[in-house]
Design a binder for this molecule. Structure first.
Ligand code: HEC
Length: 142
């Protein structure tokens, strides 16, 4: 048992080291977009291309809106078409929406964009949109 204790301590630290964004991703996003953010071709889009989206004009607001209000309608991602429904996650706090998006952007999209802030999420809440309207606000990134 004595020998096991350092190991248990180490595992505990590993659990603590998991960022809030990583935890939110596994709880709310992973079932569809998969653990590695690759999605399922034709069904759930990948999240690995999001650096292009976040860098495009209006891209930051768009990503925040997708999480807050969901997304519905046809879109093309990396040459594959999708026409599904993503549910809204309004129940997440402003900081949580920022954390999960920053996790996705840095981990899967290797983005160096300025991190999304809770204040930006708060601003996006001021105007509620339908999932179809969110799609209309998507920057023209294939
Ligand atoms: C129930 C399945 C499901 C869950 C859970 C889900 N998504 Fe989605 N997501 C989708 C689908 C389906 C689409 C594409 C919708 C369409 O075809 O219009 C999508 C699209 C997106 C897009 C848009 C990509 C682009 O290029 O425009 C982003 C960003 C995204 N999801 C992030 C997330 C994040 C972050 C979470 C967790 C908070 C999440 N999704 C949870 C199914 C899901």
């Amino acid at each position: 048992m004595k020998r096991l204790l350092p190991l248990l301590g180490f595992l505990g630290l590993l659990a603590l080291a998991q960022s809030p964004g990583a935890k939110l991703y596994s709880a709310h996003c992973q079932s569809c977009h998969q653990a590695n953010g690759q999605g399922i071709p034709g069904v759930f889009p990948p999240l690995t291309h999001l650096d292009k989206v976040v860098q495009a004009k209006g891209g930051r607001e768009y990503l925040i809106r997708v999480v807050l209000y969901g997304l519905q309608g046809p879109l093309t991602v990396e040459g594959k078409t999708y026409n599904g429904v993503m549910p809204p996650f309004r129940q997440l706090k402003d900081q949580e929406v920022a954390d999960v998006l920053n996790y996705v952007l840095t981990t899967f999209a290797k983005s160096k964009a300025k991190p999304i802030t809770a204040a930006e999420v708060k601003a996006a809440r001021a105007k509620a949109l339908s999932p179809q309207d969110v799609l209309k606000s998507r920057p023209p990134v294939k």
